[in-house]
Design a protein around this ligand. Sequence first.
Ligand code: HEM
Length: 242
Amino acid sequence: MSVALRQAKKKMVMLIKSIIEEKRKNKFGCAPRDVVDVLINDASGQLTDNLISDNMIDLMIPAEDSVPVLVTLAVKYLSECPLALQHLEEENTRLEKRRSMLGGELQWADYMSLSFTQHVITETLRMGNIISGIMRKAVKDVEIRGHLIPKGWCVFTYFRSVHLDEKHYEEAYKFNPWRWKRLLLLLLHHHLLLPPVGAPQDKDMSSCGFTPFGGGQRLCPGLDLARLEASIFLHHLVTNFT
Ligand code: HEM
């Protein structure tokens, strides 16, 4: 790590520690409002201030540029697909009107009602491949389709090659948010529960054909937050600007 980076990290740690101290002073009687509050209130007593600040930094770094890239790409794809932009505007304008009649702030149910907005985000994640892949190290010899990956070797799983594969997605290079509708309708028709927002919404739910947030033990813990932030951004963008 370079000297500048080390100094920057030191500054971050100091800043977060001062937030922790401040919160500890005022913690009594308040319901937790953010992640720091939750970590401070952890009953195990194992979370030192150092661990809490490390956890906060671990959350801040991957969150800092991934969502801005997601919304930037959504704007780019939408600007190239007027029909999708129109649908998105209609859906969000309907919600805005409903909200202004009812009064009050946007609610969770409002967010859940934005199905086309969700399809736009899902399709942006598929095409944009914000994280293009992930590294894994083989802890033992592994054989995959006749190829041996020896113990200790690193493997790069390249999401882009799956998300843009015509075998998985018809006209894979075309921005088509409607492709995600089919599965949702199928689930609703059969009265099945919807998957979590970030879960694969592929035709074959068990496949690994849609993994923008990784999978397994290291599945991105920020996936729902990322989608929520992108939805809020798109909502305000299309209802306030042309
Ligand atoms: C569009 C936005 C995002 C994308 C595409 C994304 C993607 C990913 C991917 C692919 C991984 C797995 C890495 C691996 O398996 O090696 C990951 C891990 C992680 N992400 Fe995200 N992420 C996003 C937003 C966020 C946000 C908003 C947060 C925090 C608030 C976050 C926090 C993390 C953390 C802490 C990990 C490490 C998890 C672990 O190793 O157990 N991410 N993310």
